[in-house]
Structures are given as C-alpha cells and as structure tokens.
Design a protein around this ligand. Structure first.
Ligand SMILES: C[S@@+](CC[C@H](N)C(=O)[O-])C[C@H]1O[C@@H](n2cnc3c(N)ncnc32)[C@H](O)[C@@H]1O
Length: 285
C-alpha cells in the first residue's frame, strides 16, 4: 500500500509538521483532516482554533447523517488520524468503533491519540476501503468522511459497505459533488488541472467525480435507499482560506506549495459559482 500512501502528499506534509511539533498544524489537521462546518459562514473568524471547532462540527454532522446512537458498531473508512472515531467515542456509549485506513502512519497516530472511553471499544485496522477485512453484516453504520474520492472505485466501495452493513444499516459520506452541467467540461478540466490536483491530493480523478444523479443511480444499483442529500457548500466555504494559509505555511517552499494554493483557489472559485457542491449523503441498506 506504500505506493498509494506516497501519493497522499498532503499527508506527508502533515506528518512532517507533526513530527516537528508544529502547533498550528497539529491544532488544525492533527485530529480531523477535512473541511469545517459553520452554521453561517459569517461566523468564521479565520483562526486555527475556530477551524478546529468547525472540523469537529462536520464530524458531528456526519454522526447525525449516519443516525449514530448508543450501543452500535460503527466503521469509519478512510479514518485519517481517527478524528471522527474520537468524536463518536466522546459522544456515545457502549460503542464498538473501528477505523480503517490505507496508511499505517496515520493509524499509528490514531492509536496514540484516541483511547476508548470507559464503555467503548476502539480499534484501527490497515485496509483498503474496497477490500474490507470484515465479515458480512457486521456493522450498524459505515462512515466515509471526505475520502471517497481517493478510493479505487465508488461502486466497489458501495458494494463492500453494503456487504459489511447489517440489514437496515446506514452508510453516510461527504463528497465534493460537481453539478450535472459541469460534467461535459470535466474532460477539459481534467486536462488543465487534473495533474495539479493529483500532485496535491493523490489519486482522485476529476472525470470520475460523482454528481448527485450519479450517486442516486449508484445507490439504486447497489441496493441502498437514499436517506439524506444535504448541500452544505455554503457552510464549508471558510475552509478554503484557512486551509490555503496553513498548507502554505506547512509546505516546503517551492513549486508544489504554489500549485497546492492554485488548486485550493480553483476549488473555492468553482464552489462559490455553485458548480461544485459539498454534499453529505446517507443511505440505508
Ligand atoms: C481527506 S482525508 C480524510 C480523513 C478522515 N476521514 C478525516 O475526516 O479526518 C482522506 C483519507 O482517506 C484515506 N484513504 C485514501 N485511500 C484509501 C483507501 N483506498 N482505503 C482506505 N482509506 C483511504 C487517506 O489515507 C486519508 O486518511
């Protein structure tokens, strides 16, 4: 899995910064590695502490989307440093929590910083989201927080999640979702910006991004019922400026840092034009 993890350049930057004990990066990205959620984007004050609170808020939104409650077995796929597992561990009781990641370096930090609360169990397992090492019908909820665009295939992941979910279980995810009218242009965007994007964020082929209707079709074809389609773009917009500033500070100076910043600005611009939406989805088996 080394090849895949090498391609996650943004994680290499975070891990180096964590090793150097960079307080700002640890505060901003040492737990959650995803966008923040603000009730109103006027509320964002641009500080690192505020971003951390907003990132926690997004994890809470994902718990709500997954209909998480006490006494459940929950799988968080692409779990990063275990931030969302920590949120669930802090908020719910009698939980059996499993985080999966393809990158053992991230899991090792997750094991250090997330300790099970008194009534809960927590485990972190190295695996690919599309080949889950778990028995059929073993989880109540599967979460994928801002990571499905990295997986080898959304379709394979939906099938794997369905296999490991109990009947009536819930899959919740959040993803950057282009609107339908952008899709014919995606080939051009891919040609212009695909290389930039991949250099910053690893595998995530723009051509294979899913629109809302792609998700609805995928859900139907893989045996899920859509529970929730929630457009939270406006609530996440303050993430762009703060992540851009922090990434620039954390990255070694040079072309790559400039490219990261350009990618971030392009994503912000197309999101503000309403062409790329940040969606939370949940599905029932
Ligand atoms: C943007 S980060 C999100 C991390 C975490 N969900 C969070 O919200 O803090 C994307 C995550 O997906 C993980 N990932 C990428 N490809 C994967 C795969 N094929 N299987 C499992 N995890 C994967 C990365 O290692 C990384 O932790």
């Amino acid at each position: 899995m080394l090849e895949q993890t090498n391609r996650l350049r943004y994680f290499n930057i975070f891990l180096d910064s964590i090793e150097r004990q960079d307080k700002e990066v640890i505060e901003a990205f040492g737990h959650h590695v995803h966008w923040g959620y603000w009730d109103s984007n006027n509320l964002a004050d641009g500080s690192v502490e505020d971003f951390r609170r907003a990132a926690e808020e997004l994890s809470i939104k994902m718990c709500e989307a997954g209909r998480i409650r006490d006494n459940q077995k929950v799988l968080d796929v692409g779990c990063g440093f275990g931030g969302t597992i920590a949120t669930i561990n802090n908020r719910y009781k009698y939980m059996d929590l499993v985080g999966v990641n393809i990158d053992e370096r991230q899991l090792s930090r997750a094991r250090q910083i997330v300790k099970p609360a008194e009534t809960n169990k927590v485990e972190f397992v190295e695996a690919d989201a599309c080949k889950l090492p778990f028995e059929n019908s073993s989880f109540d909820v599967v979460l994928a927080v801002e990571c499905i665009f990295h997986f080898p295939s959304r379709e394979l992941f939906f099938k794997e999640a369905k296999r490991v979910l109990k009947p009536g279980g819930c899959l919740a995810l959040c993803d950057f979702t282009p609107v339908d009218m952008v899709m014919p242009w995606v080939g051009v965007l891919e040609l212009l910006f695909g290389g930039l994007f991949a250099s910053a964020y690893g595998q995530s082929n723009l051509r294979y991004n899913y629109t809302l209707s792609n998700y609805q079709k995928l859900a139907e074809e893989t045996g899920y019922r859509v529970l929730q389609e929630h457009d939270i773009t406006v609530n996440t917009l303050p993430s762009y400026l703060i992540t851009r500033q922090l990434m620039r500070k954390a990255s070694p100076p040079g072309l790559s840092a400039e490219l990261d910043s350009v990618v971030n600005q392009i994503m912000e611009w197309i999101s503000r034009q309403g062409l790329l939406r940040y969606m939370i989805f949940s599905f029932k088996t």
